[in-house]
Design a protein around this ligand. Sequence first.
Ligand SMILES: O=C(O)CCC(=O)C(=O)O
Length: 275
Amino acid sequence: MPKFLTQKQINNFEKDGFVSPLNILSVEECLQIKDELEDAEKTWPEAFEGTARNNPHLVFKFLDEIVHNKRLLDAVEDLIGISILAYHTVLFIKEPKDEGFVSWHQDGKYMGLSEDVGVTSWMALTESNALSGCMSMIPGSHKYMHEHIDTYGKNNILTRGQKIDAVDETKAVLTPLRPGQCSLHCPTVIHGSQPNKSDYRRIGFAIQTYMRTDIKQTLGRTSAQLVRGTDEHNNFDLLERPSINMETSQIKIRNKVNHEWGDILYNGAVEKRNY
Ligand SMILES: O=C(O)CCC(=O)C(=O)O
């Protein structure tokens, strides 16, 4: 018996490679988190610049709480089972009228994992729709990994500006979300997003990726958080949760994790960008 998703949603995830939208937080709960985030941006601007957009859940309690949200984990458990690791998180912020976009890609391509079978959650902290540059998915594209070209495009907010050519865009499905809703997608589904043409910030918090504990990192030993169940495989060093915002010991851990993660994401790349 699934805990959160309907059987139809589970079937859709398997068939299409994603399911959306899911009601995880109320608009009020989400607004509270957005306010905390924007206060934190004022207090610690450096914690949101460059590579620090990665793994902010290791230093900010309000983001850690999303990673550990019971409703979200119930939905993830319905897809991958009871024992769950959270690997990395990213804040994808597009400012009003921002030209930043995300080219068609598959998350799993550069993650170095032994199997591309996890679940990425993308939660909207502000309205994410066609105008503000919500994600689009290509249903059914998750069956195999495609060739990517690293473009390092100026406004491309992916690390390498990686893109898949020859995507049939007529098949693309928009995944609009209200604040507090999330989509779940498989690391092999082709997806991307357009610039934010609205006059408000489009803020998304992605958990890349929730995965089973038997998955391995093939490019070296790294860390993850056990968010549910037990870890009998010891494939990752297990990370603690922050107890307050921007604790010195947690900042050190986040920096180490981001350094290791950068090495993986840019493994074999000709250029390394500052995020
Ligand atoms: O935030 C976006 O527009 C794209 C994010 C993305 O590609 C992802 O979470 O996998």
